[in-house]
Design a protein around this ligand. Structure first.
Ligand SMILES: [Zn+2]
Length: 236
């Protein structure tokens, strides 16, 4: 995953996926040590590998998309079907560390579809329509001098993603009640900026933007259907 090798250094999956998407299905099935080794590359966009006589820095700027079942038996998305014990649920949730989850910009619950939806799916927006909106949002981000909002660093957040007083009060409350970490705060602000960009609105960000951003990264792990996306520098 990370790269390495005993005689010749080889790039890992995270370097092979650089500039693209790395999709990890069944996220809790990966070793916790491997998952935690993703944390630094997710922040820095590079991976540093050191072996006895060799050191190397390889590119690792990827969008991490991950999926997991709601619980080990997979049935917790519907009421009354889960066969997992509380101990098994807790063990499953513990496989994902808080610091790793904190790096996911989006944590979205995917509910079990109604049977009728499987037979008669409602028509959604076409990909082409959504793509137009994404391109417009990306252009707004580029006009700020960044490739995308997720690349806005901490020192630039105040200037590029300013808050109105209600948005600021909402975020202060979330941090004070420990629902939001310092890292999470920056990610919520850049995600809120992307939501404003998608709506064609200019900063300052309002309360509605930050509340929506927080709601998009709050799926609890264990007991729910979930899939999640990090920025990895690119998603928001
Ligand atoms: Zn279960």
């Amino acid at each position: 995953m990370i790269g390495g090798g005993s005689h010749h250094l080889r790039p890992g999956e995270i370097s092979l996926a650089s500039g693209g998407v790395l999709f990890l299905d069944e996220l809790p099935e990966f070793s916790p040590a491997v998952l935690d080794a993703l944390r630094t590359p997710l922040e820095e966009g590079v991976v540093r590998i050191a072996r006895a006589h060799v050191r190397a820095t390889m590119p690792a700027r990827f969008v991490l998309v991950a999926a997991m079942n709601p619980c080990p038996c997979g049935a917790a998305g519907g009421p009354g079907h889960c066969r997992c014990t509380p101990v098994a649920l807790a063990r499953y949730a513990r496989r994902l560390s808080g610091p790793l989850l904190d790096r996911f910009d989006l944590q979205v619950m995917v509910p079990v579809p109604e049977p009728s939806a499987l037979f008669d799916p409602a028509a959604g927006e076409s990909t082409a329509v959504v793509a137009e909106r994404v391109v417009a949002a990306r252009l707004r981000a580029r006009s700020r001098g960044v490739v995308c909002n997720a690349r806005i660093v901490g020192s630039e957040v105040d200037a590029l993603a300013p808050l109105d007083s209600a948005a600021r009060a909402t975020l202060e409350q979330a941090v004070a009640s420990q629902r939001l970490s310092a890292r999470g705060l920056r990610r919520v602000r850049t995600l809120a900026l992307t939501l404003a960009d998608l709506a064609g609105q200019d900063p300052p960000l309002g309360r509605v933007h930050v509340l929506e951003a927080m709601a998009l990264r709050q799926a609890p792990v264990g007991g729910v259907d979930q899939w999640a996306v990090t920025d990895g520098g690119e998603a928001s």
